[in-house]
Design a protein around this ligand. Structure first.
Ligand code: NAP
Length: 262
C-alpha cells in the first residue's frame, strides 16, 4: 500500500517558502497532490517559486506575509480558506539566521530573530487555529534546528534560543490541541543546502560538511519528507515530538571520530 496518500487534496500553508527548505516542503507536498499556499515577505519571489512548482504539476499559489506581523498571519490564513476551503496543515518554516557574537549583539538583533523565528511561529499557529479546529483534525509542523535544541554554534545565541523556544512551544501546544486532533511536531534540520546557507560562504559550508558523518549537506527534500510524514494521517499518534534530520551531525564525540572514516 502506498504510504502518505492522505496528503492528497489537503490545504497546506508553508511559511518562508519562496526559497530553501520551505520551497522544498511546498514542492514535495504539492507533488503528493496537496494544495499549497506559499508565504514569504517578497511577493515576486513567492510567486516565482509557485510558478516553478506548478511547472511540475502542483497546485500552488503565493501570498506576501511577514510572519512577525499578526495581521499578515490572519490574512494568510484567510487566503488559504478562500482558495482551498479551509486549512489542514500548517508548516511554520519561516526563519532567519543572521550572526552576531554576544559582544556585538544588540537588543534589536535579538528582537528581530525572536520576532520572526519564535513569535512568528506562535502568530502563524494562532491565526490558523480556528480553521484547523473547524476541520476536526489538523497538523502543525515546525522547522526548528539542531542549533539550540541540541548543539551550540558561536554567533547564533539568539537564533539558538529561538529554535529551542519553538520546542518549548510545541510541547505545550501539543497538549492543548490534542482534544482537537491537531498534532504539533518539529523537524530539526542539520546543515541543509539552501540559499540562506549558501550566503554563509564556502568556508562555512566546507567546515560543516567535514563535521557530518554522511559527508554531505542535506537537501531540502531530506527535510520535506520528514515534514510530509509528520503531516500525514499515518502520524496521527505522534505529537509534541521532534525528528532530527542531520546526516548524523550531532553524533560524533569528537572531530577525530569521523576523520578516519573517509
Ligand atoms: P532561506 O534559504 O534563507 O529561506 C528563508 C525563507 O523564509 C525565504 O522564503 C524568506 O523569504 C522567508 N522569510 C524570512 N523571513 C520571513 C518572515 N518574517 N516572514 C515570512 N517569510 C520569511 O532559509 P532556509 O535555510 O531554507 O531556512 C528555513 C528554515 O529552516 C528556518 O526556520 C531555519 O531556521 C531552518 N533551518 C535551516 C537550516 C539550514 O541548514 N538551511 C538548518 C536548520 C534550520 P523573504 O525573505 O522574502 O521573506
Amino acid at each position: 500500500m502506498d504510504m502518505l496518500t492522505s496528503i492528497e487534496g489537503r490545504s497546506v500553508i508553508v511559511t518562508g517558502a519562496s526559497k530553501g527548505i520551505g520551497k522544498g516542503i511546498a514542492r514535495v507536498f504539492s507533488s503528493k497532490g496537496a494544495r499549497v499556499l506559499i508565504a514569504s515577505r517578497d511577493l515576486s519571489q513567492a510567486e516565482a517559486a509557485a510558478a516553478e512548482i506548478r511547472t511540475v504539476g502542483g497546485s500552488v499559489s503565493a501570498i506576501a506575509a511577514d510572519v512577525s506581523q499578526a495581521e499578515d498571519n490572519v490574512r494568510m490564513a484567510q487566503t488559504a480558506i478562500e482558495r482551498h476551503g479551509g486549512i489542514d496543515i500548517l508548516c511554520c518554516n519561516a526563519g532567519i539566521y543572521p550572526t552576531a557574537t554576544l559582544f556585538d549583539m544588540s537588543a534589536a538583533d535579538w528582537d528581530q530573530v525572536m520576532d520572526i523565528n519564535l513569535k512568528g511561529t506562535f502568530l502563524s499557529v494562532h491565526a490558523c487555529l480556528p480553521a484547523l479546529k473547524a476541520r476536526g483534525k489538523g497538523r502543525i509542523v515546525v522547522t526548528s534546528s539542531i542549533t539550540g535544541p541540541i548543539t551550540g554554534n558561536a554567533g547564533w545565541s539568539h537564533y539558538a534560543a529561538s529554535k529551542a523556544g519553538q520546542l518549548g512551544f510545541i510541547r505545550t501546544a501539543a497538549i492543548e490541541l490534542a482534544p482537537h486532533n491537531i498534532t504539533v511536531n518539529a523537524v530539526l534540520p542539520g546543515n541543509i543546502f539552501t540559499e540562506g546557507l549558501h550566503d554563509l560562504g564556502p568556508e562555512y559550508i566546507a567546515r560543516m560538511t567535514s563535521a557530518i558523518p554522511a559527508r554531505r549537506l542535506g537537501s531540502v527534500e531530506d527535510i520535506a519528507y520528514a515534514a510530509l510524514f509528520l503531516a500525514s494521517d499515518e502520524a496521527a499518534y505522534i505529537t509534541g515530538q521532534t525528528i532530527v534530520v542531520d546526516g548524523g551531525q550531532v553524533l560524533p564525540e569528537s572531530q577525530s571520530a569521523i576523520e578516519d572514516l573517509y
